[in-house]
Design a binder for this molecule. Structure first.
Ligand code: NZQ
Ligand code: ZN
Length: 385
């Protein structure tokens, strides 16, 4: 196991009815900016619950943060927050609303001229407004991490940033708020969580037994509850609760402690969203099987561990690695997620653009291991047509 520092300051308020508690955790006297998306929270009663919990607070609203939040939209929120002298940010929504609000929090306090540099150049963030989140879509882990992913619509760029200053002060995880999710978003969330774990687990065998078994437990939980989450006519509280907690635990830094991480599937997937607008989860379901096939020699030992412990495949069988990759893709398909670029009308022209973009950025390795790189990204994507 490698050395590591682990720090996670996010207070989690988990369970039915927990939105009612948020007033306790927001300092009195601060004007709150509540951010949200396209209106799902007004239909499912979450907006009303938040408003009830915040009686007596001074609130300004910023609706309209879109999926894959746009820099252009977020900068309008920065202006509003400055004008209104906002002191606390409350995103109510999925990863896009939370990520977007993390960016707003950092951009308000940014000392440079161009806040886009936060994502484009990794410009240093010295401060950010405090944030508390109400999560409505289990998927990204944004509610318990310090990262965000922002899209600049005008240039079709989608880039990530991180800063300890944007860790939420608290996050509310009430599984009942997920009951209104469309099946497509439930499937996206399961795939995203699955792939987050794979990015931190499917690398090398590094004798990090706790992290490995923790990762395997998240994967096996998703495999067990995933099909039920998709098929259940009436949502089951415990399945929703396990899904929500799996997503949070999948990307709060714990399983990354002391191990090599990859993230190449995400880097490639972000380009597919930037150029073609595909849902984040869908891009990962397309790319991961290609990345696994391209890396199966170098990462064979870990792939066999995955095959055996997660899928109960006999690792002594000569095709155990291929079976594990096939089972992974089949799992995504069983959730109703198609896993070929052609299923979404994406062709070779996008592959050309993605390869060129990575070359233009001067990247060689696309993740933490150099077996996925600018020289084989074309072959990986072509294998997914
Ligand atoms: O906008 P509204 O009306 O709220 O509708 C949303 C949106 O259309 C809807 N939705 C959310 N909760 C709902 C609901 N509909 C009904 N009932 C509910 N309870 O779902 C749609 C998608 O929402 P979005 O927030 O975009 O989805 P997700 O949570 O999957 O977030 C995706 C974004 O997070 C980034 C992705 O790249 C993408 O931009 N990621 C962030 C990460 C992080 N911060 O650590 C890591 C991830 O790998 C990921 O890259
Ligand atoms: Zn993701």
């Amino acid at each position: 196991m490698e050395n590591f520092n682990y720090y996670n300051p996010v207070k989690i308020l988990f369970g039915k009815g927990k939105i009612a508690e948020i007033g306790k955790w927001i300092p009195r006297g601060m004007k709150i900016m509540m951010t949200y998306g396209g209106g799902s929270i007004k239909k499912n009663g979450v907006y009303a619950q938040v408003m009830d919990a915040l009686q007596g607070f001074d609130i300004v609203e910023f609706p309209g943060i879109e999926p894959n939040p746009h820099y252009e939209t977020l900068m309008r929120a920065v202006e509003l927050a400055k004008r209104e002298n906002v002191g606390f940010l409350l995103p109510v929504g999925g990863g896009s609303v939370i990520d977007g609000t993390k960016f707003i929090a950092a951009a308000i306090c940014f000392e440079g001229n161009e806040p886009w540099d936060i994502v484009a150049k990794g410009a240093k963030i010295n401060a950010a407004l405090p944030i508390g989140t109400v999560l409505t879509l289990p998927a990204t882990g944004s509610e318990m991490n310090c990262g965000g992913v922002i899209t600049r619509e005008s240039t079709k760029e989608k880039l990530a940033f991180r800063s300890q200053h944007v860790f939420p002060k608290f996050s509310v995880l009430d599984p009942t708020v997920t009951y209104s999710l469309p099946t497509r978003q439930v499937a996206n969330g399961i795939v995203d969580t699955f792939v987050h774990v794979m990015e931190q687990y499917y690398t090398f065998t590094e004798h990090a037994e706790i992290q490995d078994r923790f990762s395997e437990s998240i994967l096996k939980t998703l495999i067990e509850i995933g099909p039920r989450l998709i098929q259940d006519e009436t949502p089951n509280y415990d399945d929703r609760a396990n899904f929500m907690w799996a997503a949070t635990m999948g990307l709060n830094g714990l399983i990354a402690c002391g191990v090599t991480e990859d993230w190449s599937t995400h880097h490639i997937g972000h380009e597919l969203t930037a150029f073609n607008g595909l849902d984040h989860g869908i891009t990962l379901a397309i790319v991961l099987p290609g990345v696994m096939s391209a890396t199966k020699m170098k990462r064979r030992e870990k792939l066999l561990q995955y095959a055996s412990r997660v899928w109960n495949i006999d690792p002594t069988q000569p095709d155990a690695c291929d079976q594990a990759i096939a089972r992974t893709e089949q799992f995504f398909n069983e959730l109703g997620v198609k896993t070929r670029l052609s299923d979404y009308g994406v062709g070779i022209d996008t592959i050309d653009r993605i390869e060129k973009r990575f070359r233009d950025r001067g990247m060689f390795a696309l993740g933490g291991i150099d077996d996925v790189n600018v020289d084989n990204v074309r072959a990986i994507l072509t294998s997914r047509l």
